[in-house]
Design a protein around this ligand. Sequence first.
Ligand code: ATP
Ligand code: MG
Length: 266
Amino acid sequence: MSEPIIEMHDLTRRFGSACAVDAITMSIQPGEVFALLGRNGAGKTTVIKMLATLIEPSSGQAKVGGFDVVGQAAMVRRIIGYVPQALSADGDLTGYENLNVFAKLYDIPRAEREARIHDALAFMNLSEVSRHLVKTYSGGMIRRLEIAQSTLHRPRVLFLDEPTVGLDPVARISVWEQLEKLQAQFGSAILLTTHYLEEAERLCDRVAIMNRGKITAIGTPVQLSAAVGPGASFEEAFEHYTQDETGTRGAYDETSQTRDVIHRLG
Ligand SMILES: Nc1ncnc2c1ncn2[C@@H]1O[C@H](COP(=O)(O)OP(=O)(O)OP(=O)(O)O)[C@@H](O)[C@H]1O
Ligand SMILES: [Mg+2]
């Protein structure tokens, strides 16, 4: 196996007395598409923000592309792209102008800027609306624009925090297709978060399920389902690995009981 592109070792982040991310150790390979899954507040965004050098760990270490996220943050920033959870493109600029801001930010040489921006717009199916103000775009178009701007510099690692939140099913599939194309063309590693389990199943090589700041399962969606029980769906695996340790009965147990009943009746 090659050197991991992302490594976390006992990575921890506290906010006051609360531990948002609790001693996570795992690694992601170059070119891998990887999802962090978990309920609201599980710690997914906090992991991504630490890896993207936006907040510092309370303890533990993380490296991206071999660079330490604290000691070598500037080097990390050079090789990553980041799309935050909330929509971030500027509505009062056109699509083209938004991309131009990022082309300058990423130091793309002036002579190459225009061609690179046009390529990115075409790649994300936005050429026709490139001169329109972003405030006239749909949510799906804005998300595709943000992915375009975060990948203008061809990052080796792309962080996407809920890339398809709030999108209708058609727009969501269009974002998936662009991400698949992007990954095939540039081979970037992609670390994303999502609440759509079918998105993780379709796009990702591996997933990690987080619960209260800890990783409770890691592997391919098929492996996680199989580990929970014969014939378990990925939804059932998710329920299982996000249950409270206090023993509240998860939906998986109920579903499997229902299945037993159906089985007996059938
Ligand atoms: N800046 C902050 N100050 C205080 N607490 C914070 C801060 N950021 C996050 N938290 C807390 O840390 C925990 C993890 O939050 P985080 O945003 O990482 O969760 P998440 O898994 O991304 O959730 P969601 O699915 O809702 O986006 C939560 O309890 C949250 O309230
Ligand atoms: Mg989040």
